[in-house]
Design a binder for this molecule. Sequence first.
Ligand code: AMP
Ligand code: GLY
Length: 421
Amino acid sequence: MKLLVIGSGGREHAVVDALAQSSKVTKIFAAPGNGGMAEQAELVPIPADDVDGLATFALNQRIELTFVGPELPLSKGVVDVFRKHGLAVVGPVAGQARLESSKTFAKQFFKINNIPTAEFVECSTPVEAYGAIENGKYPIVVKADGLAAGKGVVIAESAAEARNAIQQFMEAKTLGPAGSKLIIEEFLQGEEASFHVFADGTEFQPVVAAQDHKRRFDGDKGPNTGGMGAYSTDTILSAQETEAVIDHIIKPTLEAAKSYSGILYAGLMLTPDGPKLLEYNARFGDPEAQVILSRLKTSLLDVLVDIVEHRLFSRKLQWRPGAAATVVLVASGYPAKVESGQEVFGLDEAKRIEGVKVYHAGTRFEGGKIFTAGGRVLNVTGRGATLAEALERAYFVAQMIEFEGKDYRRDIGKKGLAKQK
Ligand code: AMP
Ligand code: GLY
């Protein structure tokens, strides 16, 4: 089969790597891809959100199946356009990707369908928003409606901070149109978890749970990032919590969002009153995909074909027991502006270490060498019989790889280890 993977991050490298394991695959294209994928895929210089350009490419190359990694092309209707041309593609249509691309749409959807979530008010004007934080309980959460690459949520500790967030989003328009509507919501206490399902429009199959580490520094300090690491074990959610998520969150969602197809990712808060839904994403998490796919024993290609052929009901997903953990190596300065173009050393040695895969996120391949090309550079992913072993392997290789300005968090999976004790 000839495949196309849309995107250029560590998530998409993990997808390319998983697909490349299947003997049914004859060729993989990645658009635009990155330096690490170049070993298994041919890179195509079409931006991930050039929906029409991607469709033309897929038609000309007779691509048999396309996987969409990031949210932007989904929200721009890449699936709608591919389907119109009769191209097989994994992902939700734009109308359903609104569960991610519009927080006001999503929160209304949760409310109508009785899905447990934080109490909220929707605000369309600054006057409404300033009114909504009067007599609020702090911390309070201020969220921009539209896609904002992780920059649209402020946990305000005081009324002054909340007012500042409203001023920035709605009046100074720092996020452009994404901030023209806001959600003001209750702060939920608890541990976060990422719960994904594969859905084929009728049936769904749950995926092993994962936990992300969004803050830049150890101890969950510092600014939010695209993700500094993740792990997956079977102990992130209890059996009771898993059942609650499926019965009260996933099932009502897929009953209401009829024919939702692709990957649905529930961002959960595990509160003392049970799991509550913070948000939906219409795609795999990044870096969650890296740990989840490391544990998927079933061929990813077979699962994706089941999705487009609506036969997921017949599939029993097989998972590797134990754990996987990924440590994100970032360039100094991340998440603010970083300098790219540093040569990366140690990747060949890393390939020889058992139980570890190094997925590339921001790299470029040139003249037989790999250079940094972004803030999040590499995702060192270890697998093991236990979380401790997976972490040990990932950190061993994280130390081995060198590039100028390399940094990473030293406490990935720490909460998971504590929970197991
Ligand atoms: P979101 O984009 O909705 O996932 O929000 C980004 C991050 O903000 C989440 O991963 C949480 O860490 C935090 N967050 C969002 N909403 C809440 C909430 N209601 N209570 C506590 N933390 C929240
Ligand atoms: N890891 C968080 C996200 O992909 O949105």
